[in-house]
Design a protein around this ligand. Structure first.
Ligand SMILES: Nc1nc2c(c(=O)[nH]1)N[C@H]1C(S)=C(S)[C@@H](COP(=O)(O)O)O[C@H]1N2
Ligand SMILES: [Mo]
Length: 386
């Protein structure tokens, strides 16, 4: 019996595998990946600010917008990437020129760079999505891996774009060959889908995953946010909780609880004394790195006022200490521009009532334009850093 010939690239003649289709879907993917990369970089710098950079405290909701976009474009990239891979997969069957020539060597290098790009992107989107579910079924640290993969992706992507530039420019606009009914609207027998329908299907899938997840940061879409692990207004005091007091090993405080400030002047307050200090209001969002965000009304003492009370010199930073023991939530640092912003509070109240234990009772930090991870809960001590 004669075995059938293995497929070659020519075994896939459908116009859906045409470079024009790869260019169109590739463009959408490029937009999503670029926004995702830049907003991801911003999030990284918010959490690990390099010396040459100062993150501004305003606009107050900037991080809410950038991180919402980060998670949204990441999720939308999943159907776009799958569609892109499907349009180009016949290339897997392309024959290498034989005997090996310079062209074959170039092809092997190009293949290798694409393998790196696809593997890194698939892994990046996968672990990013699982992170929004706070599920970490792997032995490596999420944050560092996610960041390193982003640079690998950008490098491999630039190589890919450079190699494909002639093809991309040739198919950037529709050519006369793309305007024929066979190319555009007549479904080929094998796939039963026309190019136009493929574009609509892919755009539709991207829109669908987008609007069923964006509700975690845009409240009007909250009711249909089936892909969002956290929905607006659900949680104690109408605000979601990222990590409960129980999960953090924090218990309610005793009457003898003292709030202390270490600065030029050492200060110590009971909870009643904190409540007797001048109180200020801020409307600020919690904007979690995992993509959910929600605005809330906070009330408490301005950090700026506390700095003055303890005679902190101008330009001081403030180290914030939580009653939570260990882990990277236990302490954070407020750089001067955040510490002196009139919106930054040691909050005692949320949406009109004293903080629920899960929201940081008796006191937490709330500051403008900061990732949720830095909005420390269960705060019991501040240290002035000069
Ligand atoms: N001490 C402490 N503070 C913390 C956390 C924590 O686990 N421990 N979680 C942070 C994260 S990741 C977010 S998004 C916000 C969420 O605040 P909420 O739970 O009050 O909504 O709190 C932040 N503050
Ligand atoms: Mo968070």
């Amino acid at each position: 019996m004669k075995l059938p010939e293995p497929p070659t690239e020519e075994s896939f003649p459908s116009p859906l595998h045409h470079p024009r289709v790869a260019t169109v879907i590739g463009r959408w993917l490029a937009v999503a990946v670029t926004i995702c990369f830049l907003t991801g970089l911003f999030s990284h710098f918010e959490q690990q600010t390099p010396n040459w950079l100062t993150i501004p405290a305003r606009p107050a909701s900037l991080y809410r917008v950038t991180q919402g976009l980060h998670v949204l474009t990441g999720i939308v990239s999943v159907p776009l990437l799958l569609a892109k891979l499907w349009t180009v997969y016949p290339k897997l069957f392309a024959k290498l020129p034989w005997p090996p020539s310079r062209k074959a060597v170039a092809m092997i290098f190009e293949r290798a760079s694409i393998a790196v790009l696809v593997a890194a992107m698939a892994l990046e989107l996968f672990i990013g999505f699982l992170n929004t579910l706070q599920w970490y079924p792997w032995p490596f640290p999420f944050k560092e891996t996610h960041y390193a993969l982003a640079w690998i992706i950008i490098g491999a992507l630039l190589v890919h774009l450079a190699v494909k530039l002639p093809l991309i420019t040739a198919h950037w606009r529709r050519t006369p060959a793309d305007r024929t009914p066979e190319a555009e609207s007549v479904p080929p027998a094998i796939t039963g889908m026309s190019r136009r329908k493929l574009f609509r299907t892919v755009a539709g899938a991207a829109t669908l995953v987008g609007i069923t997840s964006v509700g975690q940061s845009v409240p009007v879409f909250g009711p249909i946010a089936v892909l969002a692990p956290r929905k607006p207004n659900i949680g104690p005091q109408g605000l979601p909780v990222n990590r409960t007091a129980e999960a953090a090993g924090v218990t309610p405080v005793a009457d003898s609880w003292q709030f202390t400030i270490k600065g030029p002047k050492q200060l110590s307050f009971s909870l009643d004394e904190l409540r007797a200090l001048p109180q200020s209001k801020s409307t600020l969002p919690i904007a979690c790195v995992e993509g959910w965000s929600q605005g809330a009304r906070w009330e408490g003492i301005r950090i700026k006022d506390l700095l003055e009370l303890c005679n902190a010199p101008k330009g001081s930073s403030v180290r914030v200490l939580s009653m939570e023991r260990g882990g990277f939530y236990a302490t954070t640092e407020l750089p001067p521009q955040f510490a002196t912003d009139p919106l930054t509070l040691l909050a005692l109240k949320l949406n009109g009532d004293y903080l629920a234990l899960d929201h940081g009772y008796p006191a937490r930090i709330i500051a403008p334009n900061r990732p949720g991870v830095l909005q420390t809960k269960w705060v019991h001590r501040l240290e002035i850093v000069t």
